[in-house]
Design a protein. Sequence first.
Length: 214
Amino acid sequence: MKRLLLILICLAAFGLTVRAQDITTLEKIGPVTSFSRDDHSVTFTCRDNSQVQLTVLAPDLIRVRASFTKAIPARDHSWAIAKADWVNPDWKVAQAPDSFVITTSELQVVVRRSPLLIEFRDAKTGKTINADALRLFNREIFNTFDLRDRLRNITAPTLVITGEDDFICGPVCAAEISAAVPNAREVIVGDAGHMTFIEQPQAFHDEVAGFLES
């Protein structure tokens, strides 16, 4: 192949940008000022207008949506929307002075009121899920795994594409990557979150196809 091609999708480029946004400097959200629930989910509203929604999809699967300083968008950016026949499991929510607890037969999710923090626990043992892995990542990996200084060495034509509402590695990360990679093309797909190629498949296809043809 005469022309090399490198497409950096922010979903796959997390390792390159794991320090692009220093989470230690992020402002905490909360406190929780109100909440509402329906048959499938609980939505928490904070004093700064941020919202966090937990949807119970299965006894061992609770989905979290977050929107910072604004209400959660009506459009749902998730692979979960592709499955429309989720069976509503038994679950309950209880309030405590400093937290809410959502419980299924397999999970216990503790939502702290101030600041809003979410902790997943095993419903049977009460132990935090993946606590050791999280501690290892925060202590030994997060602060050391940084490949940004290698981006300037990329010589292949590069497309950097992410969703406008991706809060994991979205526009901020895309801007840093595209600024570092020589002659990179940056595309921010509107009305899309972290899974751009699922949430806006046509837009994603068009951008990638146009890049390949250029």
